[in-house]
Design a binder for this molecule. Sequence first.
Ligand SMILES: *[C@@H]1O[C@H](CO)[C@@H](O)[C@H](O)[C@H]1NC(C)=O
Ligand SMILES: [Cu+2]
Length: 122
Amino acid sequence: MVRMIGLTIGIAFLVLPALVFAKEYVVGAEAGRDSEVDYYAWADGKTFYVGDVLVFNYSQDEHNVIVVNATGYDKCLASSNSGAFYSGNDKITSTTPGNKYYICQWHCDYSDQKLMITVLRP
Ligand SMILES: *[C@@H]1O[C@H](CO)[C@@H](O)[C@H](O)[C@H]1NC(C)=O
Ligand SMILES: [Cu+2]
């Protein structure tokens, strides 16, 4: 029983910091909804951690958010098994560390509407 409690507290200490300090980032917030956002500039200087949430706000009929790999990011290619979001208010939680790549299928090539972030362990 004591062991169980100890284990529970141990887990709480591992999980809590991620929850307590998880931040929500509205992508391109400073520039406003649907405007031409410089995503490189937006991400520059921000540090993202596992548990953080990216919020993508946009007009549903104009944009989307496709999760791609590095190749898809460079070449603006969405593979059929990519995660895809279309709601116009997508919240994507980073659950693992590493580089994350998101593109808008329609404007990735056209106006560089793509975002790359590096997610660190908390
Ligand atoms: C990365 O994405 C590209 C383009 O969609 C795809 O062809 C390739 O198989 C993917 N690579 C990996 C390792 O998943
Ligand atoms: Cu778009």
